[in-house]
Design a protein. Structure first.
Length: 95
């Protein structure tokens, strides 16, 4: 509950093991993350927040956006054919 988004990548460890290392600086968010959705086709990571907002990040090319509309925490996110569909504890579904 530190309101941070952190990236990790897997690397080879000692003796053939596997470990995760932090990949870049943490991103500070205005609220706790409740749900995540990554779309490999578009390379967008969508973060549903406790506040009702959805923060979106893309690495290639580097972009970010914020979707505002829910009044309570975002509980689910799915991306289909380039359309973001989200559900919230405020009993709404948004496209």
């Amino acid at each position: 509950r530190d309101q941070k988004l952190m990236g990790w990548r897997g690397v080879a460890g000692p003796n053939g093991s596997f470990e995760f290392v932090q990949d870049g600086a943490p991103i500070s968010l205005p609220a706790n993350v409740v749900t995540l959705c990554y779309d490999p086709a578009t390379k967008w990571l969508l973060c549903g927040l406790w506040s009702g907002d959805i923060h979106a990040y893309c690495r290639d090319p580097v972009q970010e956006d914020c979707l505002v509309g829910h009044k309570r925490s975002v509980q689910s996110i799915v991306m289909h054919a380039g359309v973001v569909v989200s559900g919230s504890n405020d009993t709404t579904v948004r496209l």
